[in-house]
Design a protein around this ligand. Sequence first.
Ligand SMILES: [Zn+2]
Length: 291
Amino acid sequence: MWGDLMNFLDLQLNISLKNSLNSLDKGNRMPHALIISGGSEDDRKALCDHLAAWAVCSSDGDRPCGDCKNCKNAFDRAHSDVYFAKGSGKTKIYKAEELRDIIRDASIKPNQADRKVFIFEECDKKLSEISQNILLKTLEEPPQDILFILTCENSKNLLETIRSRSVTLNLGDEKEVVGKSKELAEEILSSMLMSSEIELMRATYKLGDRFSALETLESIVIMLRDGLCTQSGFAPENNTEIAEKLCRKLTKAQFLELIEITNSAQLRINQNVSLELVGTWLCSQYRKTVW
Ligand SMILES: [Zn+2]
């Protein structure tokens, strides 16, 4: 249980983060990858150390107990099963070679604890797209006793494919679903679920100017990710009605595809493709995936 952890974790945790931590802890559901985003670098470090200790702690009661040898070594950043990626060069970039070494090591059993933890800090600056793709291959078929922890300022700087296979713990300051963009995002997703072509066209037609279109699409991505989270048994960042509706109708594969389609639409808008074309394209892709 996290009761104790919260006490000696000297951080102000927001409600959605508390929910995520609790659902992680419940029933020993250990994901293979956690992303810690938002907050300050020190806050991310503190949460990262606690999660690493939680993963290796040998207590049968509250974890991390802070007392066992595994915990103590983990908090000292000196545990043989908790590996901090080192990075190389001046910028401390995590290079492909290091990633490959880590992945090879991940398939070998842990030394003292029940699992191995690999930590990549400040990924938005240090984990390139190439390295993320190497990591992704392992996340697709992860060894049982592995936990990757990635910290970053903003999880949106990581590949969507990495994010959708991880549980994101947000310390705050990341954009939340709000206002008008939220309403329109809900409308688009609802009409997509209703399988009504006209309704869907009508809704995407309202995307408006580039700025609000990007905002709406971002809201759609957040809602889809929340739906995917709910379906995988983790607490979503925002508790929206639409996430539950999506969850009842869509498969995991459909969720992942819809997220990728929405990301491509954002990219097209950023590349100055006309909004009308993007809207029409989005409609047809959504239809193809869901109907
Ligand atoms: Zn312990």
